[in-house]
Design a protein around this ligand. Structure first.
Ligand code: ATR
Length: 279
């Protein structure tokens, strides 16, 4: 596609961002749909300066990543109610100079589950109490699911459970819980620690839906344990694709080419894994 004077500009802003797969994925998605736009990566230290630049340069949409997802809120004109509840924004749209923030991590996780099953009335156990657990907890609650937080540190787990008005169970008691859906939001099992799982085999029950947000590797130890016990599984790529698809649709008003986006991410992840391997 030719870049012209009317080409719209989108970007990811974070620190670090040089490993980000988003530029390749979004540029392929723009090419696929014929949308006249480019997507770049900016490594930013001052999120306030970066947001000012978005305003002054007329950048149309931004993905916000670590470590700016919380800080960015105070510099926006409006924040979607779910993102405000979560207290983190990873998506900005520039509507005629008004910057509006959303949390597509939460919406992407919800969509990944809803592709497989309804959420209302389901008992969901969330493993972990960090930012991802918070985003997913508020997202699934908004869809009518009941949440229990399970975490290694009791203090962190109880703090998140209180914010969600949900139950808390210590990690060692996880096997006592009866869940419809079990979600790992910890980083345990992520490359290069891919032989580890946050739990032992006794926590899985046949018929449970089990989701991992770790996407490198795609086939985590946690998901292998789940499949061996007869559980259905959702891998980390699903949430990643759906959160990006939400951003694409918000920014362009077009249906996201999810097949192309998923393929782009898979290729990028395989390449990164190959780069990390010893040979
Ligand atoms: P993010 O914001 O990306 O979700 P985070 O804030 O670093 O990540 O949260 C990591 C979560 O993984 C925490 O809940 C952490 O548990 P603690 O609160 O006890 O620290 C959990 N976690 C990290 N390593 C873990 C491990 N080896 N076993 C169990 N839980 C672990």
């Amino acid at each position: 596609m030719t870049i012209t004077a009317t080409t719209q500009v989108f970007a990811v802003m974070g620190n670090p961002v040089r490993h980000s797969l988003s530029p390749v994925m979004f540029n392929q998605a723009f090419a696929e749909t014929g949308y006249n736009a480019v997507y770049a990566a900016f490594e930013v230290t001052s999120v306030q300066d970066a947001v000012n630049a978005v305003r002054s340069l007329g950048i149309r949409g931004v993905s916000i990543t670590i470590p700016h997802k919380v800080t960015v809120l105070e510099f926006l004109d409006e924040v979607d109610p779910l993102a405000a509840e979560i207290g983190a924004v990873n998506t900005i749209i520039n509507r005629n100079g008004r910057l509006i923030g959303f949390n597509s991590d939460s919406l992407g996780a919800v969509k990944a589950i809803e592709e497989v099953t309804r959420l209302d009335g389901k008992r969901i156990v969330i493993l972990g109490a960090g930012g991802a657990a918070r985003a997913i907890g508020f997202g699934v609650q908004a869809k009518g699911a009941g949440v229990t937080i399970v975490n290694r540190s009791i203090a962190n787990g109880e703090t998140l459970a209180k914010a969600l008005n949900a139950d808390f169970t210590p990690l060692q008691d996880l096997h006592r819980l009866d869940a419809d859906i079990l979600i790992n939001t910890t980083s345990v099992g992520m490359t290069p620690d891919s032989l580890r799982s946050p739990v032992d085999d006794t926590v899985f029950r046949s018929g449970m839906l089990v989701m991992d947000i770790v996407y490198a590797p795609l086939h985590t130890c946690f998901l292998r344990q789940a499949r061996n016990t007869g559980c259905m599984t959702i891998n980390g790529l699903s949430m990643l694709v759906h959160q990006a698809a939400f951003q694409f649709e918000l920014w362009t008003g077009l249906p996201a080419p999810t097949g192309v986006m998923q393929q782009s991410l898979t290729t990028g992840l395989n390449f990164a894994e190959g780069e990390d391997s010893p040979s």
